[in-house]
Ligand binder design. Structure first.
Ligand code: ATP
Ligand code: MG
Length: 162
């Protein structure tokens, strides 16, 4: 279905905010104007749930911070959402591998935290099924940013002027 990605994302963040009021600061850099995307909301919701859960889970800080940036590239009808944390980060040599099935950076730590190591592999499949791309930037001990680039529609008043 066609949805306003910004509203969709805001609602997901609202949910996380309710359960992490005391330990996580959420910073929203999300435009007020809608960005229309054609997405399966349940699937894309699963992607964002996993990425945001990871951002909170892989951090040992007292003051956790998760920042969201949404940007539209009107020229190419694409949009990018960045989800940035201030957590443990990932060593440079391993960051490429986090989208592989069952891959976990720190096996011992990961086992204690639960989960399967499938979250990002599934997220990648879902994003690519939407003609999108997902990738990561990370600095060990500083934090990780996940980028998701998706097609979007540019419905502008100008379109009616032909
Ligand atoms: P699941 O999502 O299935 O519950 P998981 O979180 O371990 O388990 P993924 O979401 O696929 O699996 O992540 C794979 C691995 O990538 C994680 O185990 C962790 O080592 C690393 N990772 C993912 N996101 C982050 C992040 N934001 N900061 C640091 N490490 C991360
Ligand atoms: Mg996960």
């Amino acid at each position: 279905e066609i949805v306003d990605f910004n509203q969709f994302l805001n609602r997901i963040i609202d949910r996380f905010e309710m359960t992490h009021k005391d330990d996580v600061e959420f910073v929203r850099n999300i435009p007020d104007t809608p960005i229309f995307t054609e997405i399966a909301m349940d699937k894309m919701g699963q992607v964002l749930d996993n990425v945001i859960s990871n951002a909170i889970k892989y951090s040992s800080r007292d003051h956790k911070k998760v920042e969201f940036h949404v940007k539209q590239n009107r020229l190419y009808n694409r949009m990018t959402v960045q989800i940035k944390d201030n957590g443990l980060g990932i060593p440079a040599s391993k960051v490429e591998r986090i989208f592989e099935r069952f891959y976990r950076v720190d096996k011992g730590r990961a086992r204690k935290m639960g989960g399967t190591g499938l979250g990002l592999a599934i997220s990648k499949e879902i994003v690519e099924a939407h003609d999108g791309r997902i990738w990561a930037n990370s600095v060990e001990n500083h934090g990780t940013t996940i980028f998701i680039n998706l097609p979007c529609e540019t419905l502008e008043e100008d379109d009616w002027d032909v």
